[in-house]
Design a protein around this ligand. Structure first.
Ligand code: TYM
Length: 343
């Protein structure tokens, strides 16, 4: 059967938003709202899989919704809401907990990284996390999910859950009047530069909300001086920039900074290197600093203005949740019927 081209993505309010979130996700959400039906969520239920101070959780939830809008999402076009407002996410994730296998979850590298040595002591929610993520996406029968590279494995699992559900309930799906599959096999949208932004201090690690050095992550709310300082102090090698992307092989810090420049200026890495090839860091870093400030500062200003207008933010999130629910409820009705729940 034909599916509406629909995009879903989400960001977890578990730490302050950073450049990786912007380049790997938010920036790429914007153009999709002209070609797809777009649903962008602040996944607060995912955030609490590790302890969150409730006040911080609330503040960050507003901040992410504000960042979506400040970066160019139009709440009249895109559905913007926080996950916990639409209960069907939790309901479908329970059903998916009963579809997904323990072995699938145990292989998730993000779980292994987060649980580390401490896997007996992390929350059950952290283990089941990918099943809630599959529910987020499939509740809307989304066909595409824009994310950074670190989410690819979770999206493979989403496809496995969709396939197993479609397979296990084939008879009931067909009896309910659906031709072929009930859930779509969702595509991962993760191409272009900066799909994995690295730490500014260590090119072997990704830029993240929980970095060990303050200088390794550029936060969306950093002011112009702080952004320039972090870029200036970024770790690099001693060589000049090459004149094409192939020359970046094995130079992860250089590759990272060139990729950030490319993404921020909407160019390819080759285009950036055509301009900077042969030049040293003394020329490149100030140019990158200026570019980053020019792109990020207006977004930070607008975020501040929006979060200060609590009434307006609440209205946007309520309206988004109402529109999300209008899509989710009929899908959930079908799911309940398919699995055999009496209503
Ligand atoms: P989260 O909150 O960790 O990250 C949000 C988005 O930012 C991307 N990202 C990066 N991209 C490039 N470089 C980086 N260093 C970097 N760090 C983060 C992530 O890939 C992501 O796209 N599980 C998800 C949230 C989620 C979700 C969903 C996403 C829940 N349900 C449904 C898509 C669809 C997460 O923790 O993202």
């Amino acid at each position: 059967m034909a599916f509406t081209p629909r995009v879903f993505s989400g960001i977890k309010p578990s730490g302050d938003l950073h450049l990786g979130n912007y380049l790997g996700a938010i920036r790429r959400f914007v153009p999709l709202q002209d070609t797809h039906e777009t649903i962008y969520c602040v996944v607060d239920m995912h955030a609490i899989t590790v302890w969150q101070d409730p006040e911080d959780l609330r503040r960050r939830t507003y901040e992410i919704a504000a960042a979506y809008i400040a970066a160019g999402l139009d709440p009249a076009k895109s559905i913007i809401f926080n996950q916990s407002k639409v209960m069907e996410h939790a309901e479908l994730s329970w059903i998916f907990n009963c579809v997904a296998r323990m072995g699938w979850m145990s292989r998730m590298t993000q779980f292994k990284d987060k649980a580390g040595e401490n896997s007996e002591n992390v929350s059950l929610g952290l283990f089941a996390y990918p099943s809630l993520m599959a529910a987020d996406i499939l509740l809307y029968k989304a066909t595409g999910v824009p994310v950074g590279e670190d989410q690819k494995q979770h999206l493979e699992l989403t496809r496995d859950i969709a396939k197993k559900f479609n397979h296990d309930f084939r008879k009931q799906i067909s009896a309910a009047g659906f031709e072929g599959d009930f859930f779509p096999i969702t595509e991962t949208l993760a191409t272009g530069p900066a799909m994995r932004v690295k730490s500014l201090k260590d090119g072997s690690k990704k830029m993240s909300k929980s970095a060990e050095s303050d200088l390794s992550t550029i936060y969306m709310m950093d002011d112009a001086d702080m952004i320039a300082k972090k870029i200036k102090r970024a770790t690099t090698d001693a060589e000049a920039l090459p004149s094409e992307a192939a020359g970046l092989a094995g130079r992860s810090e250089a590759e990272n900074l060139a990729g950030i420049y490319a993404a921020l200026s909407n160019q390819t890495v080759d285009q950036v290197l055509a301009e900077f090839g042969g030049k040293g860091w003394g020329a490149f870093k100030p140019a990158l600093g200026e570019l980053a400030v020019a792109v990020l500062s207006p977004i930070a200003e607008e975020m501040k203005r929006l979060v200060a207008d609590r009434g307006e933010m609440d209205r946007i999130l309520r309206d988004g949740a109402d529109r999300a629910r209008a899509i989710a409820q009929p899908v959930m009705e079908d799911v309940r019927n398919i699995v055999g729940f009496i209503r």
